[in-house]
Design a protein around this ligand. Structure first.
Ligand code: MRU
Length: 343
């Protein structure tokens, strides 16, 4: 990987601006937590694990800006900051998981002074980032074990190194299989309306030397019908206790298509994406985004000004359409039972 998705340097969060890829590789240096929150909302940093990491580092930016030595005041202000970061995007559970972990660290540091609490918070956020690298590696190996030499994989949205501290989720597994010497071809859906597949997945795969072909979303059915796809492999933003999966809008449609064409449908996601507090996918909050993303995408008007638009960013795929869910802990087959899945 010759780019860094997110890191902490000189008390700043350094992000590759994902809204500029593939036009340019521009890094943002963020020192204000509100700017970071805005970067999450605007998808400058995106993808489930990456927004968890960004949220945790955002807490550190916020903590550094509080110049109070009074612990009670510090805690009060930091909790408000954590709430602001939590209000950025609702669907990927990794954000809430990471913020919860930062809140627990704050709670457990009660006996310390403010400057030591700040240090401890930073240590926790960097641990989240480092752990994600190891998780991605294991998850990649587990996912790669399902890919055979010569396979063609259809993927949706972006789930490579841009979504994580490490090599990513589904694209991480493809990458791992490729590094194991397997010849893998990829069809990347462009992923309307924000084109994460066209802009980001193809960019990552081309950089890695992996054979990728870009298709419009509505070509997926046709390539399956033509027998050109061996499996669908993609990531997740939240997985319910029964194995229902929320992921980028269009995922559910692909799962239905895969079932019809008898093609395995694999979801690759770290434990931090599992939400065992909810029984089914119907409880997952689905982010609704601005109508301009559909009517005025990338600076060009493509629909009348006043047309009503429905623009959900995610959908939920019912567990019965999923062949396997792969995490760093192993491969799960239906009926999904994550009882032993440590969180
Ligand atoms: O709106 P985005 O670009 O943040 O959506 C991201 C996705 O839906 C990814 O497929 C998902 O995070 C899985 S990869 C970690």
């Amino acid at each position: 990987m010759n780019f860094k998705t997110i890191e902490w340097k000189n008390n700043k969060v350094i992000l590759i601006d994902q809204t500029r890829i593939p036009i340019e590789e521009k890094y943002l240096e963020i020192s204000d937590y509100r700017e970071l929150a805005d970067a999450i909302i605007k998808l400058k940093v995106r993808g489930a694990p990456a927004i968890g990491i960004a949220g945790a580092l955002g807490v550190c930016l916020g903590a550094n800006k509080i110049d109070k030595d009074d612990k009670e005041e510090f805690n009060k202000r930091l909790k408000i900051i954590i709430d602001e970061l939590a209000a950025t995007r609702p669907t990927a559970v990794n954000l809430f998981w990471a913020l919860e972990r930062m809140s627990t660290r704050l709670e457990n540091s009660k006996s310390k002074g403010v400057s030591e609490i700040k240090e401890q918070l930073l240590r926790e956020a960097l641990a989240i980032l480092d752990e994600d690298k190891i998780i991605c590696k294991k998850m990649g190996e587990n996912g790669a074990s399902l890919l055979k030499d010569g396979d063609t994989v259809l993927t949706h949205c972006n789930s490579g190194a841009l979504v994580a501290g490490g090599i990513g989720t589904a694209v991480g597994a493809i990458h791992t299989a490729f590094n194991q010497g397997k010849k893998i071809k990829v069809f990347a859906d462009e992923t309307r309306p924000l084109l994460q597949g066209a802009r980001l997945t193809t960019w990552e795969l081309l950089k890695a030397g992996i054979d990728v072909t870009l298709i419009c979303d509505n070509v997926a059915a046709y390539v399956m019908q033509q027998g050109l796809v061996n499996c669908v492999m993609l990531g997740a933003d939240r997985i319910a206790a029964n194995g229902d999966v929320a992921n980028k809008i269009g995922t559910y449609g692909l799962a239905v298509l895969a079932k019809y064409h008898n093609i395995p449908f694999y979801v690759v996601a770290p434990t931090t994406t599992f939400d065992m507090s909810i029984k089914t996918g119907s409880e997952i909050p689905i982010e609704q985004r601005a109508s301009e993303e559909v009517t005025f995408g990338f600076g060009k008007q493509t629909a009348p000004d006043d047309v009503p638009v429905y623009n959900p960013a995610f959908d939920v795929t019912p567990n019965e359409l999923i062949t396997a869910i792969i995490s760093e802990q192993g491969i799960y087959y239906p009926p999904f039972d994550f009882k032993d899945h440590a969180q």
